[in-house]
Design a protein. Structure first.
Length: 285
């Protein structure tokens, strides 16, 4: 976000030695009191007027509930504030979904967080958790996105799914939906589908990168979800391809890259993040 010209105030939800894709990690999880104290500091200095709030990985329910209180207060300061929420809860491995945060975060996301969010970026498993509905077909996915719209957010992007891609099994499908209410009260919904090449490795942090770039590109293209998603997904592809190439070189021929070698090559991809060459096109549905 800073590379794309945003002034960012960062608050850590956790302070870990490394991400949790490694075998071991050490550190602290922030609770709601600690978050509240940091926010109070911003408020005392009257620097709590924001255009965007972006949240991702959180492990503590009280912290998450405090986020909602803060977002509501910030929206009173600035009614145009956009809250982008990546509801990080879990994912699917070999077709089986499992949560990698405490289960009691789900009702907080579903009942409190999603209703105040403007943009949400769940993966398929998280979208299913939030709506209580399984996705087997593209039609299911569109209906799940409608259910999510009905909960509050104007923009819903399912960042990855195991739906069958028309380009074949080596492609991953992402779906986006933007619902807008016109001045006369009528609603229009723009929907898109994207198919991007799968990269055979487990990366950590791709969801964070996706949500941050979607925030930036929807800011720059507020009424064009197609272009915002094309730039986001194309930049992701550039970063992942550079990362896997570098990881394979480090691991050496025939060896599987480890977590350290698969760290996203963010700095090396600065130009692609600033101005991504569009290599993944979106289809308007």
């Amino acid at each position: 976000l800073q590379v794309l010209g945003f002034e960012v105030d960062t608050v850590n939800s956790v302070q870990f030695s490394n991400h949790t894709g490694y075998a071991h990690w050490k550190g602290q999880v922030l609770n709601s009191d600690e978050l509240h104290e940091l926010y109070e500091g911003l408020k005392l200095n009257k620097v709590n007027r924001y255009d965007y709030v972006l949240t991702g990985y959180t492990r503590d329910t009280s912290f998450l509930a405090m986020v909602v209180d803060i977002v509501q207060e910030l929206k009173q300061q600035n009614s145009n504030l956009v809250y982008v929420c990546d509801p990080v809860m879990g994912d699917k491995w070999n077709g089986e979904g499992s949560m990698y945060v405490p289960k009691d975060l789900l009702p907080v996301y579903r009942d409190k967080v999603v209703p105040v969010a403007d943009i949400i970026t769940p993966n398929q498993f998280e979208a299913e958790l939030l709506t209580g509905r399984k996705i087997y077909t593209e039609k299911d996915a569109l209906e799940v996105m409608d259910m999510l719209h009905a909960m509050g957010p104007e923009t819903v992007v399912i960042t990855s799914s195991d739906l069958q891609a028309s380009l074949g099994n080596d492609y991953l499908i992402a779906l986006g939906s933007h619902r807008k209410t016109k001045a006369d009260g009528t609603r229009i919904t723009q929907r898109i589908r994207m198919e991007s090449p799968k990269v055979d490795a487990v990366f950590v942090g791709t969801g964070d990168l996706f949500a941050a770039m979607l925030l930036a590109w929807t800011h720059k293209h507020p009424n064009n979800l197609k272009v915002a998603c094309e730039k986001t997904v194309s930049a992701m592809q550039h970063v992942l391809q550079r990362t896997i190439k570098s990881a394979k070189v480090q691991a050496g021929e025939g060896n599987k890259p480890n977590s350290a070698q698969l760290e996203l090559r963010m700095v090396q991809s600065k130009k692609d993040i600033e101005n991504p060459e569009i290599i993944v096109k979106a289809t308007v549905l």
